[in-house]
Design a protein around this ligand. Structure first.
Ligand SMILES: Nc1nc2c(ncn2[C@@H]2O[C@H](COP(=O)(O)OP(=O)(O)O)[C@@H](O)[C@H]2O)c(=O)[nH]1
Ligand SMILES: [Mg+2]
Ligand SMILES: [Zn+2]
Length: 331
């Protein structure tokens, strides 16, 4: 059987850092002095802490690769290694913690798969979906939409129709606890190389999915999932799980309330609109009533939905506002 290496070994060989044996992965963060890390042999160390300079310089997250050293009976994290990617969200600028800096909350790093979990019994809007797609499509990951509670049949059909109307090419997967085989879709999507994150509102069914995946294999191989044994039922910070090689590493997260946009690089949600804008007669077209505006023309012919374009403009203003604020703070 393969050892649980927390994807440290492939990371080291891809970044040519094999000369540094004391590399670990962050698997849970309670605070700066209480961080759980795992090494490439699968050994877990509790209560690791950040070095003074790391405390000042960096925000850290679950999934980060770090260097550490042993000090007496403790482990000091000394260096944050380069990230392949990171998943972040906007948060109150007043907050400060090991995950938060300048109003940006770091949720997790070094991911391969992002699962946006949306429940059919909760309020759904296309704008909510678009925010997920814009904010959480991070580089080098695959983003997928999971509709949970498919047993709420009429809501499920309504939501699915709504999504496909605006985004006919989007892959949507549906699960229900009353339909055990529905969870088999994850077997095809996950692998022993994956580090997957589940994000969505509180009550969306994120923890249920992870429990379902664990349940199936727990019965078969009797493996126990790890984590602190304090028996908290609700997830208060992002948390790593290993169930078996099939599923790689899974990260459960607390419920997201609002998705403020900070960064939409790498997303193609509005590629069609960007493309149209490139065909306007004037480079600085504001797409209102300028002659030769390709966007207004597309709205006239019904090719582009006017309300979708309004939302696009709203997201753009929000992003501009965020970047201006951020620049202001850095000066
Ligand atoms: N009807 C129904 N309820 C579900 C389903 N999946 C989860 N739930 C329920 O939804 C509630 C929230 O689930 P949970 O996994 O804790 O959500 P989380 O906050 O996203 O982790 C729990 O009471 C679950 O039993 C489902 O497929 N159908
Ligand atoms: Mg949960
Ligand atoms: Zn235009």
């Amino acid at each position: 059987m393969r050892i649980k290496d927390y994807c440290i070994l492939p990371y080291l060989s891809s970044t040519d850092q094999s000369g540094f044996p004391l590399v670990a992965r962050i698997i849970q963060i309670f605070n700066q002095k209480n961080i759980t890390i795992a090494d490439s042999q699968g050994v877990i160390y509790h209560s690791a802490f950040l070095s003074g300079s790391l405390k000042r310089q960096a925000t850290l997250a679950v999934g980060d690769f770090v260097r550490y050293e042993k000090i007496a009976n403790s482990y000091r994290i000394t260096t944050l290694l380069n990230r392949n990617n990171q998943l972040v969200k906007n948060t109150s600028a007043a907050r400060k913690s090991v995950h938060v800096k300048n109003g940006i909350q770091l949720i997790a790093a070094n991911l391969t798969d992002v699962f946006v979990v949306i429940a059919c019994d909760q309020r759904f809007t296309i704008s909510l979906l678009e925010r997920y797609l814009l904010q959480f499509q991070v580089p080098n990951t695959k983003l997928r939409i999971i509709l949970t509670k498919q047993d709420f049949q009429s809501d499920f059909l309504k939501i699915k129709q709504l999504i496909l109307k605006s985004y006919p090419k989007l892959a949507i997967f549906a699960v229900s606890i009353y339909d055990q085989p529905s969870f088999a879709i994850f077997k095809k999507m996950l692998s022993n190389k994956s580090t997957s994150i589940f994000i969505g509102a509180s009550g969306a069914g994120k923890s249920t999915i992870i429990n379902q995946l664990a349940g199936q294999t727990l019965q078969k191989v009797g493996q126990v999932r790890f984590g602190d044994q304090r028996g908290k039922h609700t997830t208060t910070s992002a948390r790593f799980y290993f169930i078996n090689d099939h599923f790689g590493y899974l990260i459960d997260t607390p419920g997201i309330k609002e998705i403020g946009l900070t960064n939409t690089a790498g997303t193609d949600v509005f590629a069609d609109i960007d493309d149209l804008a490139g065909h306007c007669r004037f480079k600085n077209c504001r797409h209102t009533n300028e002659p030769g505006c390709a966007i207004q023309a597309a709205i006239q012919t019904g090719q582009l939905d006017a309300t979708r374009f309004q939302r696009y403009e709203k997201y753009r203003r929000e992003l501009d506002h965020h970047h201006k604020n951020k620049q202001g703070k850095q000066q």
